[in-house]
Write a protein that binds this ligand. Structure first.
Ligand code: SF4
Length: 352
């Protein structure tokens, strides 16, 4: 599920995600990661220490923000606090994603936020799926507390269809306390735990992927087992043999993984043009018959996922990534549209 609307995400590699835990009080039906009360895999503090040091020293403090996510990061407060302290001591800003379960009262929520190192951004998730586990007043308390503490925030709602009455109800309830530009909507599609309810999902479909670029692929995410993916999206389900798998921090130093990601042609094509461009190139390369016939309307992540789930697609993308012409196109598009020069070396046009 990807999120649309609101402020643009930070530029490439200025924000790095870190998944603290797969544990969560909730086990939402749409959860990409299949997080829940029975999941206990979490980040080891020694790994966090090493990776945060590497992130903070990368390219002379290039990365600004560490985004902590889960699972539910607040479900292990000691770990959250320790990782936040490591990050702040290393000079990084910290943002956190949460479902707000901890906000039992306004005052308790405010005290908890005040007891943590300063959070630069809070992303609160709520929707019909979350509300089965986390009452809406807790979300409102968390929002209130964020405001009181001067923490910028946005609220994320997901739905399979914007006409869904539950989505509209949550959205209009939120509007009473939260400006529209601080509410983001994501599209649920069959991936992760949502695969189990695929027949009940009522999304609209289209014959082609949406013509939207992907901003989320600007922020790689490190998982507790060291895997680094180009985004915290559904591609985790596809294993390591796919273009958005960037490496494993337990095997390769993070700075090397980040450097390599600068020349990952497929990743940057997604940032520039979204999966639609890959779809058209795959068709031009004769893969039409094996490509999906329908895509979830408005979901770049669904398109990305269903394309990359096809082994022939992954093979063809590997070949495309070796094409000097395509490398040059992506390098110049990054320069032209995003003012990024790092890839011009790869394309043989060094800029000094
Ligand atoms: S890279 Fe693909 S899966 Fe990841 S956020 Fe972008 S569109 Fe979604």
């Amino acid at each position: 599920m990807e999120i649309s609307q609101g402020v643009p995400d930070p530029p490439f590699l200025r924000n790095v995600g870190m998944l603290l835990t797969y544990h969560c009080q909730a086990s939402c039906a749409h959860c990409i990661l299949r997080a829940g009360p029975d999941r206990h895999e979490e980040l080891k503090l020694d790994d966090a220490r090493r990776w945060i040091r590497d992130i903070a020293s990368y390219r002379d403090r290039y990365v600004c923000v560490l985004s902590l996510t889960g699972g539910e990061p607040f479900s292990n407060l000691d770990l959250l606090r320790s990782v936040m302290e490591l990050a702040v001591d290393a000079g990084l800003y910290v943002s956190v994603v949460t479902n707000g379960f901890w906000a039992s009262t306004k005052e308790a929520a405010k005290q908890l936020l005040q007891s943590l190192p300063k959070i630069c951004f809070l992303s609160v998730s709520t929707d019909a799926y979350h509300q089965e586990y986390v009452p809406f007043d807790r979300v409102q308390n968390a929002i209130w507390a964020a405001r009181e503490c001067g923490i910028p925030y946005y609220v994320t709602i997901v739905t399979d269809n914007r006409e869904d009455p539950d989505y509209r109800r949550v959205h209009s309830e939120l509007l009473k306390s939260t400006p529209a530009d601080e509410i983001r909507t994501g599209v649920v599609f069959p991936v992760g735990r949502a695969l189990e309810m695929r027949d009940q999902l009522r999304f609209n479909v289209s014959e082609e992927p949406p013509r939207e670029a992907c901003q989320a692929a600007s922020s790689p995410c490190i998982f507790p087992d060291g895997r680094v993916l180009g985004c915290i999206g559904p591609l985790l389900d596809l294993g390591d043999d796919q273009p958005l798998f960037l490496g494993n921090a337990n095997e390769t130093p993070l700075h090397e993984i980040f450097d390599r990601s600068e020349s990952n042609v497929i990743l940057h094509a997604l940032r520039l043009w979204g999966p639609y461009r890959l779809f058209t190139m795959l068709r031009e390369n004769g893969l039409g018959p094996c490509l999906p016939k329908t895509f979830v309307e408005g979901s770049t992540c669904n398109a990305c996922y269903v394309l990359m789930a096809i082994p022939q697609v992954r093979q063809t993308l590997k070949k495309l990534a070796q094409s000097t012409d395509f490398q040059r196109q992506v390098a110049y598009a990054r320069l032209h549209y995003l003012e990024e020069t790092r890839m011009l070396d790869v394309a043989g046009e060094k800029v000094t």
